[in-house]
Design a protein around this ligand. Structure first.
Ligand SMILES: Cc1cc2nc3c(=O)[nH]c(=O)nc-3n(C[C@H](O)[C@H](O)[C@H](O)COP(=O)(O)O)c2cc1C
Length: 343
């Protein structure tokens, strides 16, 4: 298959460069190829696996996870690769630089990534402009967060602002409380803080939906570093809040499986192969606790089609990939879609 062959040539070149340089270069190259019509020509053949979730029609259940295209600058090119949906962001109200570089590390032997990007993005106004001019007609989710300089106790203001600005331009919206790289953010996943935050956002969503005559699904994205009791607590709160779904999971603070890597002590979230089992375990606990009351998207360590099938067996209606896409290229989209079609 041509695209697998091409990626097998391109990947070693990209992997010679520092991780963030190759990330930027890879996306720019993809956009260039798309602008001259080559992406559509070279893209893997992906089976149509129509999937209806949140009242939305997905061409297949394999999406791109948040964080690869933080500003929706590459949406058309990424969409042309055949993803069933693309999630852009995390976007914050104001532009911010994120953490100092280096902040992205490849653990090639472990098929993993550690990142402490820290929500580097161009701000929500830029994102809205990009979304307005998009050509991609597939499903687009927008993942929203808070600025580093906004105090955790005022986080709701940032989420409200982003929700209002992106509402008219998103197919679904994700409240991201699970990045390990924004101090204090994960504390909002629990108890009264979560309840209050979701209540406010849900009320605003109802208002916007009445005003714009269009109900945009609202989702929560959670961390994998949760005890079963914490997962049960979150399930209870999201049910009461009446939001539409949960994305499980973000990256992990655990370093199990990467003990031999020279990068093991880098601060940040670990993703890829070492995350697969832990993330799927949290997904399964969550899906059980939700008992079909809302849909769950499974993400975390999908490196092959069988991992996508395991997510579905654990209760995911849709899946997303990030690290596996970096290691395997577009072939993983096709492989996962095929596995979910037959699995
Ligand atoms: C470099 C990098 C940046 C990320 N940025 C974000 C982000 O901005 N928002 C978010 O919700 N998740 C972000 N993620 C997490 C991914 O969306 C995903 O949940 C996680 O990597 C697990 O999936 P994977 O094992 O397929 O990579 C990021 C992941 C990586 C590797």
């Amino acid at each position: 298959m041509l695209y697998s062959f091409l990626y097998s040539i391109v990947r070693p070149i990209l992997f010679l460069l520092p991780a963030e340089t190759s990330h930027d270069l890879g996306l720019k190259a993809l956009r260039l190829l798309h602008s001259i019509g080559l992406v559509a020509l070279l893209k893997p053949s992906i089976p149509a696996v129509p999937t209806r979730v949140f009242g939305l029609e997905f061409s297949n259940p394999v999406g791109l996870a948040a964080g690869l295209d933080k500003n929706a600058d590459y949406l058309d090119a990424l969409g042309a690769l055949g993803f069933g949906f693309v999630e852009v962001g995390t976007v914050t109200p104001r532009p911010q630089d994120g953490n100092p570089k280096p902040r992205l590390f490849r653990l090639a032997r472990e098929h993993a990534i550690i990142n402490r990007m820290g929500f580097n993005n161009k701000g929500v106004d830029h994102m809205v402009e990009q979304l307005k001019t998009r050509q991609y007609r597939g499903i687009v989710g927008v993942n929203i967060g808070k600025n580093l300089t906004t105090k955790v106790e005022n986080a709701v203001d940032d989420y409200l602002l982003c929700l209002r600005k992106v509402y008219a331009h998103a197919d679904y919206i994700v409240v991201n409380l699970s990045s390990p790289n924004t101090p204090g953010l994960r504390s909002l996943q629990f108890g009264e803080q979560l309840e209050a935050l979701l209540k406010t956002l849900q009320a605003e969503r109802q208002f916007l939906s009445a005003q714009q005559q269009r109900l945009v699904p609202l989702l929560l994205k959670i961390a994998p570093d949760l005890t079963p009791a914490e997962v049960a607590g979150i399930a209870d709160t999201v049910r009461k809040a009446g939001i539409d779904g949960v994305i499980a999971t973000n990256t992990t603070l655990s370093r199990v499986g990467v003990e031999q890597s020279p990068h093991r002590d880098e601060a940040g979230g670990l993703s890829g192969a070492p995350l697969t089992q832990g993330s799927t375990a949290v997904l399964m606990q969550l899906a059980k606790a939700l008992d079909g009351s809302m849909a769950v998207i499974g993400v975390g360590g999908i490196m092959q089609g069988a991992d996508a099938v395991a997510k579905r067996q654990a209760g995911a209606a849709l899946v997303q990939i990030y690290s596996g896409f970096i290691y395997r290229g577009p072939a993983l989209i096709a492989e996962s879609a095929r596995a979910l079609q037959h699995g």
